[in-house]
Design a binder for this molecule. Structure first.
Ligand SMILES: [Zn+2]
Ligand SMILES: [Zn+2]
Length: 325
């Protein structure tokens, strides 16, 4: 499925089979998750995508062929391809364990073709071995919703009372990880979305309510998965002194001005950008034994536009995963 220009629906197309370059692997795509970032790329909210582009950065694939010099995986092995597709390895960020901030980083499904396809190629150094406890469809959302959610959870600190704003693909996974760590989870959804609120309670949230309501008690940290800047002051009001508000999305609508006293008391607002390979290794170690359940709605690849439309409307429980027809 090709994005030919931002704002246009994806078009089903037959393209030449990708050829793995040096250090790359050719993958048969087994499943590819649909992430909100795909919507931001498709809608033109992220600048200068490669065009035409194959979206998709939660790729579960089977190695079909090795490019020159590629030796990390064997043909037939199952691997995951995340958002971080390539980094320079030499800049200050890369050399200080912050490759997620590399100035020259290239991202899967933005500057590099991704997984809304039957086959794709990936740099083997950025592929992640996947825990065998998860099937192909179940593993797909772990690769971004899970991974970036994990990075956001770490950035939120170790406070016990955790608020999650926007209960979609990332929050449904991170709520379970947080519960696993013994934290208390408070879930905030779009006002009126009682389905998402009961979904959150099923996954261990002790309280779930609309994002315009205050939590029943102050929070130690809040993670914003919803791309709504108006939630930043709302979340700041919900956290106690010393609390952190983490903005986990790559794009957010403008943040309205707010009075200094809701930031006062050593509250912190920060963003989380992309992921490092180390985040992937840590996260897959945590969820290795099948510690969390991924809620997915599989759809055939040809229905990618429908998945994007429904994601835009919030009409999904958990995550959409596309499977090649
Ligand atoms: Zn770099
Ligand atoms: Zn993503």
């Amino acid at each position: 499925m090709l994005l030919e220009r931002p704002g246009a629906p994806l078009r089903e197309a037959t393209v030449p089979r990708p050829v793995p370059g040096p250090g790359q692997v050719l993958l048969d795509v087994l499943a590819c998750g649909v992430c909100r970032t795909d919507l931001h790329v498709a809608d033109g909210e992220l600048p200068e995508p490669k065009l035409p582009l194959v979206l998709g950065h939660e790729i579960v694939g089977r190695v079909a062929e090795l490019g020159a010099g590629a030796s990390r995986f064997q043909v037939g092995e199952r691997v995951g391809v995340p958002w971080l597709g390539w980094t320079c390895g030499v800049c200050t960020y890369c050399r200080s364990g912050r490759e997620n901030l590399c100035d020259r980083a290239r991202f899967t499904g933005w500057q590099l073709d991704g997984g809304y396809a039957q086959q794709t190629v990936a740099d083997e150094r950025y592929c992640l071995p996947l825990p065998s406890a998860y099937g192909d469809i179940a593993a797909a959302p772990l690769l971004c919703a899970g991974l970036i959610g994990w990075r956001a959870l770490v950035a939120a600190g170790s406070g016990k009372r955790l608020g999650l704003y926007g209960f979609g693909a990332a929050a449904h996974l991170i709520a379970q990880v947080a519960r696993h760590q013994g934290r208390r989870v408070f879930a905030f959804t779009r006002p009126g979305d009682t389905a998402a609120q009961s979904f959150a309670r099923e996954l261990g949230a002790e309280w779930a309510g609309p994002s315009d309501a205050p939590p029943p008690e102050p929070l130690d940290a809040a993670i914003l998965f919803a791309p709504a800047g108006a939630l930043v002051p709302v979340a700041l009001r919900a956290v106690a002194k010393g609390g952190t508000v983490v903005c986990a999305g790559i794009h957010m609508s403008p943040i309205p001005s707010f009075p200094y006293d809701i930031l006062w008391g050593e509250r912190t607002v920060r963003s989380v950008a992309n992921l490092t390979r180390r985040d992937g290794e840590e996260f897959f170690e945590i969820v290795r034994e099948g510690a969390i359940r991924t809620e997915t709605e599989p759809l055939p690849l040809g229905r990618a536009n429908e998945a994007l439309d429904r994601l835009r409307r919030g009409a999904v429980r958990g995550a959409f995963v596309l499977t090649p027809d």
